[in-house]
Design a protein around this ligand. Sequence first.
Ligand SMILES: Nc1ncnc2c1ncn2[C@@H]1O[C@H](COP(=O)(O)OP(=O)(O)OP(=O)(O)O)[C@@H](O)[C@H]1O
Ligand SMILES: [Mg+2]
Length: 514
Amino acid sequence: MVDDTDSKLTVTMKGIVKRFPGVVANDGVDFEARAGEVHALLGENGAGKSTLSNVLTGLYRPDEGTISLNNEVVHFDSPREALERGIGMVHQHFRLVNSFTVAENIILGEQSKNLMMDTSAAIERISALATQYGIAVDPNARIWQLSVGEQQRVEILKALYHGAKILILDEPTAVLTPQEADALFVVLRSMVAEGRTVIFISHKLDEVMAVADRITVLRAGKTVSTIECATTTTRDLARLMVGRDVVFDRVVRTSQAEPDNVVLQISNIDANDDRGRQALTSIFLTVGKSEIVAIAGVAGNGQRELAEVIGGMRNATRGTVAVNNEVIPNGRVRKSMSAGVSHVPEDRLHTGLVADHSVEDNLILKSYRRAPISKYSVLRRGVIRDQATDIIKKYDVKTPGTTTPVRLLSGGNVQKILLAREFNTSPSVMVVSSPTRGLDVGAIENVRKRLVEAADSGVGVLLISEDLEEIFALADRILVMYEGTIVGNIAAHDATRESIGLLMGGIAIHQENN
Ligand SMILES: Nc1ncnc2c1ncn2[C@@H]1O[C@H](COP(=O)(O)OP(=O)(O)OP(=O)(O)O)[C@@H](O)[C@H]1O
Ligand SMILES: [Mg+2]
């Protein structure tokens, strides 16, 4: 495989239409990405970004419109054909084989052509590419040993190794820590400096401003405009995406937090992670009525385990969880639910929802045993459908109907369904993990308002997030988690980004621990 970046590629998509039953996902999209640029693709949840990428990589065939490479019209019947012409994609869900090494995964695609794999030559080439683009990864490591960020680097190397001159990344930073995201941007910039083309999809406007040269905004399947990054602002971009002004400020509260009126009490909790290593050590925390307590921390410091212990999905090895002063039995999801805990997990499609089930059925997953949803153990379809219709409207969920399977919805709309269901269970305590990850700016505003509404109505909210902007917009109090312990407890109005950031990095500062 030769790496001839000299043959630079400009891709032009004209009038792309892609229909699915009940939706026109792309409705005449015009899009052009030039060699040597990072071109960001922006748009609300369901605007058609992923669909357009899938058309470009040969996963979907457009119903109308053309794709040209350097003015030559091309047709792709599969991702392999697109890659042969130099178009590669890094999907949000990686397609790597866990038990294989990095190098084996990278050359996998070649096997059919070349049964006698020359692994050592391949490793040499992989290392050369890694050095060229500043991608730090060990070719001999096995995938299961790597962090999510490292696995993403393997996917990028794989695309480069197979000759991608145009690389599409669909929300690559959604799974990265802020530090990993910065490292990725350096890699992307060095790729375009070599004459490659990067198409970058993200909802994070400041990221887009930091890394992109040009931006194309899609709305409802149509191109709104293509602009130079240098001539725009995040506020303008938000308006272009949503079609109105978006407020980024702190949401105004109508009720006071009551930290002394404790609704959730965690006492001396220890717990192990999936591999049996200790993930939580002696966690004490409380959340009061109407209080929003944020847990800041870099992912992987025990936040997921803590949320799971509270939700009853994981056993604590020591300590207790009490809701409204009643200790809930260890590791019992249903008990935790009936005690009034609602839980919005990080991993939506695997633990939060049933992907193959319809929108309306997912909305009643937690309430189907109760009136008004069921009567004498019979589900009341009419009630279920009306409830679903109301929720779709209230949360602005983009779906063809209430009976559409949730796996067909765009990423952000899946999250709206999950949040709507959890808000609807009238909980005492809500544990929410990265609730706005993958959401567009308008949806973020909507979700934040709902969280504040919940708190105003008396719910104690435990917000787990790496996003300091989100934490400062919502929290009354900020706890910082580091290596399975709580290393800081600060009233939001006394906290600064710097102090929280340092604590997240394990650097203790002098402060009162209350
Ligand atoms: N395979 C499919 N079958 C049916 N409908 C689909 C399919 N893929 C996408 N859609 C629909 O097409 C529309 C556009 O979806 P797409 O995934 O392209 O949006 P997106 O801009 O990537 O959104 P997000 O930011 O939420 O990821 C949505 O209404 C979605 O429900
Ligand atoms: Mg998408």
